[in-house]
Structures are given as structure tokens and as C-alpha cells.
Design a protein around this ligand. Structure first.
Ligand SMILES: Nc1ncnc2c1ncn2[C@@H]1O[C@H](COP(=O)(O)OP(=O)(O)OP(=O)(O)O)[C@@H](O)[C@H]1O
Length: 526
């Protein structure tokens, strides 16, 4: 039997399996290209405490409308000159293999665009970058050599800067379908503006139409900190790798220096549980000992992981974003406390609700999903947030459909359990599902309270207006019946209103005064 084995490079894999990375057709590929570049632009700014300015331009070829050039510019930290081609042209190279929340996670996004450009138009990518504090701008024109998995460089250059700009500008020429992708891309920017109200984003369509999402707040969420791994979060393979690489002299020292939440006492307890001598060198552990250590780390009750590596958006910013973009009459947001999923990965769930105002009534709530501040647009029904929303009973919260209701969900974590590499749906994890449900309940309770108040006010308005409708007539009749000098309908009306006023207080009085104003207006006009 012929059993020929062949190994392909990661670049070739990206080339052959485009659909896994969101490049399955020209419309989706255009959207995915924008996403990958914009998310890199935001990671290069807000993760480092820089208020982002991001410009995105799509141009269509004059002769062939199915070819687009996408340009994305940011004011981020830039890429060191000698690393530009590698960062954007060598698969699995990333600065984000850290335990800290970021939009990027795999080290593949920009490379998937490079490969897609190569496979559809054959064009290289052009990148300009000026790192923070650099006097120069660096230019690289590159692609990927599929057979070696290395960047293929076509041109290099650098020059002195004439402005203070720092950041990265990247340009890709790809096969696209602008008219099919347009609505999704616009939705993406709108969703992005909601959770990034501290960014200034400009998007220019091929016909020159400019969409500007201005910065509406100057305050940014605190950038997340890099932390050590939590001992319960590791797979056995990862533990093996760390044991191989460590410079610690004993296994006890290894545990204390490698992980968060492990001190002298817990290290000794875990090693006792695993039956391993604390003075043993880490590299000398047998496979069986590693297995026992892994089990002991998983079962030992360590304190919960630090949430410093997470950067939730915060209720205040979510509310500001929802208000600015959707113009609702009511908005509320909830940020839950940190928890762990899949053993030891910390996560935080946030939920926002916007109701009424400019929101169109729909048969079901409009769901806006986010993970690590990335808007998620495709594969809605495969997402854990969709499941939670589907099972939610809105009747308990006084909402009857059709209703003008938008629900925003945000999951942030040092490790988002993505369903596939294109990062469009979050997999179901019991802990995440539970938190989403609790956050939704908390926000929906506030909506119910608002709706009850609103209904009460409407009833009150109705009651008072019925009252007031008859007052001029009654005043007129009383004045006529009394028929005394000086008892005018006006005087009687004022007397009646004062009597009513004395019996009211709070909201009731407020509504009454509003309606009295209208009443006298009608009279004057008449
Ligand atoms: N605009 C940018 N500014 C600064 N650095 C950038 C920029 N774009 C890319 N990089 C660097 O290039 C690296 C690789 O980017 P790439 O999009 O391939 O992967 P990633 O963002 O790390 O992960 P993912 O595949 O999940 O998106 C990034 O980790 C970052 O270090």
C-alpha cells in the first residue's frame, strides 16, 4: 500500500483552507480583511493606553470592480522595522501569546490576509510603520513564500518623518465583493463604535462616502496587565513544555515562579498530593509524575485567577456607546464579577440593554455580540449568547413583542473559547452561559422597573388629563350658577386647580403642572 506522507507549511494550510479563517468568498474576505487590520490597529493603541485614531479606506479598481485595495492606518505603537515583514508575513508570529486580554490571539489574522491577497490578485502587501519615539518611517513590500513559510520581501525603504505620526499603515489588494459586503461592514463599524466610544474611527467607502464615528469620551478602559498562568488552567502538554524550558532548579521553585496564586505552602501541598519530592529538578520528572502533577494542579483549590489581565468595557462606557449610536429612550449596562472557565481562564461578562427611542420594534431582541471588544456579526446562532437570549423569558420583565429592544453582550477573557479561527462565535461553556444569563437578568430587572414606572406615568397622565378636560366647563357652570359679581370662570378655575394641587405631590404633581400649562395654553389660543 502506498503510504506517502507529506508535510505542508502553515502558509500553505492558510492558502488551502481559507474558509477556516473567514476568507470563504470575496464578500466575506473583504469583511475579514478589514476586521483583522482594524483589530490589530486597536490592539496597537488601546492596549498601550493610546486613544485610537483609525482610518479605513476601501478603493475599487477602475477596470475590475471585483478588486479592492484596503488601507488601514492607526496611531499605535508601530512595529519595529526589522520585525514588520515577519509580524505580517510569517504565520504564527505574534506579540499576543501572553496571558492578557487582547483582540488578537493566534498570530494568523494579518498573515491570512497576506495569503489571500497572494492567492487572489497575486499582489504583495505594503506596510508603513513608525514605532513610538522613532524619527523615521519604515516601508516594506512583502508577501509569503508558501513553500518556506517565510516572508518574501519585494522592497524596503525608510525616510525621516516630517510629522509626529507614529503607528502603522497597511495596504492589501484583494479580490472582493463590495456590494455584497457593504451592509455587514457598515454594521461592523457601527457595532465597533458602540464599544469603542473612546476611538475616532473614519471609514471611507469606494464611492468616497465618509462615515465618521467621532470619539465621544476621552476615558478609556484601563489597559489589561500581563499575568502568569493560573495553575489550574494548563493542559498537560503546556505543563510539559514549561517544565522543559524552565531555569528553576527544583520543582517547588518551578511552581512558585511559573504560576500566579502559588506560594511556598500551596506548592508543597500540591507536590505532596502528587507524591513528588519538592527538591527534584523539573527536567527530571517522569511522564507518570507529570501526569500526577497535572492532576494535582487541577484538583487543588487555588484562589481564583487574577482579573488584572482583563479589561471589561465598563457599564458607563457601554451606556454611553449605546446612547450615542442607537438613541434609545432607556439604557442600562451591567458588568459582572470575574469568574473562571475551563479550569483557570478568567472571564468577565457584560450586558447592555437599550430600549425605545429611535430603535425600531422587532419580533425578537436585536442581539449585538462582542468578545474581547470584537464585534461578532456572522454565525449568530452558533454563539453562546444567542442560546442564552433564546431561552430568556422577556414576559417576566414586562416586555411584549414586537418591542424596540437591543441586547448587547460582551465576554472578555484571556482565552475566548472560539468555535473556529475566524472568531465569529463563542463556544458554549457552562460558566460563561450562566454569567450571561445572570447579567441579562440583572439588566432586564432594571428595564422592568423602567417600564413599570413608564406605564404608571402614562396612566397618571391619562387620569389627570381626564380630570382637566372638564375643568374649564365646570368652572364656567359654577360661575354662571353663582352669578355673583367678581366670580369669573377664570377665578373658579384657578380655585379648583389650587384645590387639586394641594392634594398632589411628587411625580403626580409634576405631571399635573405639565398638563395645567397645556390647559392654559389651549385657553389662551381659544
Ligand atoms: N497595526 C499594527 N500595529 C502594531 N503591531 C501590529 C499591527 N498589526 C499587526 N501587528 C503585530 O503583528 C502581529 C501579528 O498580527 P496578526 O494579525 O497576524 O496576529 P494577532 O493579531 O497576533 O492574532 P490573531 O491571528 O488572533 O489576529 C501582532 O501580534 C502584532 O504584534
Amino acid at each position: 500500500m502506498d503510504h506517502e506522507l507529506k508535510q505542508i507549511t502553515v502558509a500553505e494550510f492558510l492558502y488551502k483552507e481559507k474558509q477556516l479563517w473567514g476568507f470563504e468568498n470575496p464578500a466575506r474576505a473583504l469583511y475579514q480583511t478589514i476586521r483583522e487590520y482594524v483589530e490589530n490597529a486597536l490592539d496597537a493603541t488601546d492596549l498601550y493606553g493610546i486613544l485610537p485614531n483609525v482610518t479605513v479606506i476601501i478603493e475599487q479598481d477602475e477596470k475590475d470592480k471585483s478588486i479592492c485595495t484596503v488601507t488601514v492606518e492607526d496611531n499605535g505603537i508601530g512595529i519595529p522595522p526589522q520585525k514588520i515583514a515577519e509580524a505580517l508575513g510569517k504565520p504564527l508570529v505574534t506579540s499576543k501569546f501572553k496571558i492578557r486580554q487582547s483582540r488578537g490571539q493566534f498570530g494568523l489574522g494579518a498573515k491570512a490576509v497576506t495569503v489571500y491577497a497572494l492567492s487572489t490578485t497575486g499582489s504583495p502587501i505594503e506596510a508603513y510603520s513608525s514605532p513610538l519615539d522613532s524619527e523615521r518611517v519604515y516601508y516594506v513590500k512583502f508577501s509569503i513564500d508558501l513553500s518556506t513559510n517565510e516572508p518574501a520581501i519585494y522592497a524596503l525603504g525608510s525616510w525621516r518623518k516630517s510629522t509626529k505620526w507614529h503607528g502603522t499603515r497597511i495596504r492589501a489588494r484583494i479580490r472582493c465583493n463590495w456590494s455584497y459586503a457593504r451592509s455587514r461592514i457598515l454594521k461592523y463599524f457601527e457595532m465597533l463604535a458602540i464599544v469603542t466610544p473612546y476611538a475616532d474611527i473614519v471609514f471611507i467607502e469606494p464611492d468616497g462616502t465618509i462615515h465618521h464615528y467621532p470619539r465621544i469620551v476621552e476615558k478609556m478602559p484601563r489597559p489589561p496587565k500581563e499575568v502568569k498562568p493560573h495553575p489550574a488552567s494548563l493542559e498537560k502538554g503546556e505543563l510539559q513544555m514549561l517544565l522543559k524550558r524552565t531555569t528553576a532548579r527544583t520543582i517547588k521553585e518551578f511552581l512558585i515562579s511559573t504560576f500566579q496564586r502559588v506560594g511556598e505552602k500551596s506548592a508543597l501541598n500540591v507536590l505532596k498530593l502528587a507524591g513528588i519530592d519538592p527538591s527534584k529538578p523539573p527536567q527530571s520528572l517522569t511522564d507518570e509524575e507529570i501526569e500526577r502533577l497535572h492532576k494535582a494542579l487541577r484538583s487543588y483549590k487555588f484562589p481564583a485567577p487574577s482579573s488584572e489581565a482583563l479589561a471589561p468595557i465598563g457599564a458607563e462606557l457601554i451606556e454611553a456607546g449605546l446612547k450615542a449610536i442607537l438613541k434609545p429612550e432607556f439604557v442600562v449596562a451591567v458588568t459582572r464579577k470575574p469568574r473562571m472557565h475551563s479550569g483557570g481562564h478568567p472571564f468577565i461578562v457584560e450586558v447592555g440593554i437599550a430600549y425605545g427611542g429611535a430603535i425600531e420594534p422587532r419580533e425578537q431582541p436585536l442581539l449585538l455580540r462582542y468578545a474581547n471588544r470584537i464585534p461578532l456579526i456572522y454565525d449568530e446562532k452558533a454563539d453562546v449568547a444567542w442560546k442564552v437570549l433564546e431561552e430568556f423569558n422577556w414576559k417576566h420583565y414586562g416586555v411584549n413583542f414586537p418591542a424596540p429592544l437591543v441586547v448587547l453582550t460582551h465576554i472578555c477573557s484571556t482565552k475566548i473559547p472560539w468555535k473556529v479561527g475566524s472568531k465569529e462565535a463563542v463556544a458554549e461553556r457552562e460558566e460563561i452561559k450562566e454569567e450571561l444569563h445572570l447579567a441579562l437578568q440583572e439588566a432586564a430587572r432594571k428595564l422592568r422597573h423602567y417600564l413599570i414606572e413608564k406605564r404608571r406615568e402614562e396612566e397618571l397622565r391619562e387620569k389627570i388629563s381626564t380630570f382637566l378636560r372638564y375643568i374649564p366647563e365646570v368652572a364656567q357652570s359654577i360661575a354662571t350658577i353663582l352669578g355673583e359679581d367678581g366670580v369669573t370662570p377664570d377665578k373658579v378655575q384657578r380655585l379648583l386647580l389650587d384645590t387639586l394641587r394641594r392634594r398632589m405631590k411628587g411625580k403626580e404633581l409634576q405631571v399635573f403642572e405639565q398638563q395645567v400649562k397645556n390647559l392654559s395654553k389651549v385657553k389662551i389660543e381659544a
